[in-house]
Design a protein. Structure first.
Lengths: 536, 197
């Protein structure tokens, strides 16, 4: 691979790489605002200016203040070039830390902050703002301008999800390029020029495509803020855990940002993965974190309707054991879930097989108003259908599993007399199950299966456990626990192992690693032992 | 290095000191004279260092850090913009704030936010004053001159936004010395955006 020299260090590059991209691949950051590895090159922020020391030197005539003569005298200084636009060439010598470059960075930084309102205390970007970071790293002096900054519109509603503050904007055009290049919906553009310019919507439009939150995500400053996260938390309180989106079968990699003081997830951010989601996520996926706090099932319930009784976790374990002991094993239906982790499905299938039933079904989230697209969104809104089917094949030897419609039919025909299911979604009308005496449902959230359950066992959601999803491409992607679960609530597989032990079927599994070893899937993008990474 | 010693001799006692009797009577005479002066003497000659707390109270020093108060704007709303700088600086983590946004037709929309909930757990507070230092808008102060009144219930020590706003400073004002520039004032920096561009 050809190399070039950056500050004396050999950097390998592929043909066509720009200097900044080659450095980025090598883990070296050249300061930049407008360049984004997933977007086209704009070269308008001028922060990444570097000095190309090899080849023909270009010099700029300048006037320099001479201390001795007490006047400005003609001088020259090297002309700098943007590292984001300049292609790397063999044996090129690039300097990004010399005094000339540092001076340029400092001046660009001062220029970008010329009309900035500096309202960091009430800005949501504070703490992860590039203007703040680079001010400390690269700006040598305070700004010299003493006049009133130019004022522009603030709090402009761009659409149902995004609010725009033109005063904070540095016109890097990343949001415009996201709309143009990622989504193919050129709804944003820039108007005016100089210190008057601002981002505007196309006439008659609002920012309402499926990737609006990506415009906020790429914004290096606080100009675009998401209504969902706006004013909810300060980012320096948040910690981050690697997760996998549960929105669809694509399985986008996420950073799960949570506040450890409250044990609450505040947002998801895309985690770069070139094989799955590159740098992006869709709006619906970004908001899937809400399911970890809303419409949750945290209290065990025995009975239905008016007879429903809230009980303690120990009591519901005993109840499940008692009911599974007395049910006729041949007519016990077991429902795996395309919404739950492979570990949960594996232990459920293994336990059911040991109990001696051979009626297996697959519960899934119905498509509803979900639509796929060619960018990221998969047509299947279940994150782990491939994982559940993989478990069915490896543990049960079944190539496919019948759905909830078949289960309802079998209940009507009398072939199924009791159900043990992983919730919360079924995939079809399961109201027929209401007439069965024993419908044991393990679920983290409310849903059709929870509605018909006669014994409801709460389990942890994905944010509260270590687990694995297999996406539509067949990649096993593991995720890490972010927040603690409600008291006594355990992952489904742990609950099932405990129940199995009391039924006389000791599976001998106590840790996630043991379940994964038993499953025989090792591949993962985030090791279980990985400590939660700090927010970027 | 060799150890160097310095010899300190015992002070010599005089005979009057050695016998103790005269020294004791000297001391007792001072005690008794002060006792009779303070118990039966004229009021203006009394020399008493203590006060009859709690009936009598000393005035606290000028920079005494008392219970917090939230300073008010001219209209009575809090100056606080719910930036959470105080709760970030707080080493005791006793400040809980939930920010909220002004309505879109409000002049402050886009410029500021306000605290929907602002609670200080005064039991947890260590009265270090970092919150006052951290505040960028002079919204929180500890100049009430009050210390915590005792109570038997823990929730009496959770001071909410209304309570904190209702406490005056020691000179009786609810505002702060620093002027505010509200949207609409000629001094407000956002004024010229209304002139259009």
């Amino acid at each position: 691979m050809p190399t070039f020299k950056l500050n004396g260090q050999e950097i390998p590059f592929e043909q066509g790489d720009t200097i900044i991209r080659a450095a980025w691949k090598a883990g070296i950051e050249i300061p930049h605002y407008c360049w984004h590895p997933g977007l086209s090159i704009a070269a308008n922020c001028r922060m990444c200016l570097v000095h190309i020391k090899s080849g023909r030197q270009m010099a700029m005539p300048i006037l320099k203040y001479d201390e001795k003569k007490k006047k400005y005298v003609p001088d020259t200084k090297p002309k700098l070039q943007p590292a984001c636009q300049l292609h790397a060439q063999e044996d090129m010598e690039v300097d990004s830390v010399s005094e000339v470059v540092k001076e340029a960075q400092s001046h660009v930084q001062e220029f970008l902050l010329l009309n900035h309102p500096v309202d960091c205390p009430i800005c949501d970007q504070a703490g992860e703002c590039k203007l703040q970071d680079y001010y400390l790293e690269h700006q040598a002096d305070f700004k010299r301008k003493r006049t009133e900054p130019v004022h522009k519109p603030k709090g402009v509603r761009f659409g149902p999800t995004i609010v725009y503050d033109a005063e904070r904007c540095i016109m890097c055009t990343r949001c415009i390029r996201v709309c143009d290049e990622l989504v193919g919906d050129p709804v944003l553009d820039m108007r005016e020029r100089g210190n008057r310019n601002e981002i505007v919507l196309a006439p008659g439009r609002e920012l309402d495509h499926d990737y609006t939150l990506m415009t906020e995500h790429v914004c290096p400053v606080g100009a675009l803020t998401s209504k969902d996260f706006r004013f909810k938390a300060r980012v320096w309180f948040l910690k981050s855990a690697p997760g996998v989106c549960t929105g669809c079968a694509t399985g986008c990699n996420t950073h799960v940002d949570f506040d450890p003081r409250y044990g609450k997830v505040y947002r998801l951010r895309p985690r770069d993965n070139a094989d799955v989601n590159q740098f992006w996520m869709c709006d619906q996926g970004m908001l899937t974190y809400q399911a970890t706090h809303e419409r949750r099932v945290t209290t065990p319930v025995i009975g239905r309707g008016e007879d429903a009784e809230k009980v303690l976790m120990d009591d519901v374990h005993d109840e499940v054991v008692a009911r599974l002991e007395k049910v006729e094993r041949g007519s016990l239906a077991v429902m795996l879930s395309a919404q739950q982790a492979s570990e949960d499905n594996f232990v459920l299938a293994t336990l059911a097989k040991a109990l001696g039933t051979d009626r297996f079904y697959l519960g899934e989230k119905p498509v509803g108003d979900w639509t796929g697209d060619d960018i990221l969104k998969h047509a299947d809104p279940n994150p782990n259908r491939a994982g559940a089917l993989g478990v069915a094949e490896s543990v049960l030897g079944l190539a496919s599993l019948p759905g909830a419609a078949q289960l309802a039919q079998d209940v009507e025909s009398g072939a199924v007399k009791s159900v043990l299911a992983l919730g919360p979604f079924a995939g079809a009308d399961v109201s027929a199950l209401e007439h069965l005496e024993d419908v044991i449902v393990l679920t983290d959230g409310e849903g059709p299966l929870a509605d018909v359950a006669s014994v409801l066992v709460p389990i942890t959601s994905w944010a509260e456990m270590f687990g694995t999803f297999r996406n539509a491409k067949g990649m096993d992607q593991s995720f890490v626990r972010a927040v603690p679960a409600a008291a006594d609530v355990e992952p489904a597989w742990k609950t099932l192992v405990a129940i199995g032990r009391e039924l006389g079927e000791d599976l001998g599994l106590a840790r996630t690693g043991e379940v994964r070893a038993a499953m025989g899937t090792g591949a993962s993008t985030a090791a279980e032992s990985a400590a939660p990474a700090p927010a970027e | 290095m060799p150890a160097t010693t310095k010899v300190i001799r015992k002070p010599k006692r005089k005979l009057t000191e050695q016998t103790y009797v005269t020294e004791i009577s000297k001391g007792l005479s001072l005690t008794m004279s002060r006792f009779f002066k303070n118990a039966f003497g004229p009021e203006d000659k009394k020399e008493i260092a203590t006060v009859m707390y709690p009936e009598e109270q000393r005035e606290y020093p000028e920079r005494f850090r008392g219970i917090h108060r939230l300073t008010q704007r001219a209209g009575g709303e809090p100056r606080c913009v719910a930036c959470l700088c105080c709760s970030t600086a707080c080493p005791a983590q006793c400040i809980h704030i939930e920010p909220a946004e002004y309505a879109e037709d409000d002049a402050r929309y886009g410029y500021e936010r306000f605290p929907a909930v602002f609670v200080i757990d005064e039991l947890r507070c260590i009265f270090c004053g970092y919150c006052v230092e951290a505040c960028p808008v002079d919204a929180i102060r500890m100049d009430t001159g009050l210390h915590m009144p005792p109570s038997t219930a823990r929730d009496h020590f959770l001071y909410d936004k209304e309570t904190l706003l209702s406490l005056p400073s020691r000179d009786g004002t609810y505002e702060s010395g620093n002027p505010r520039h509200e949207p609409g004032d000629p001094t407000h920096p956002g004024i010229d955006r209304l002139q259009g561009h």
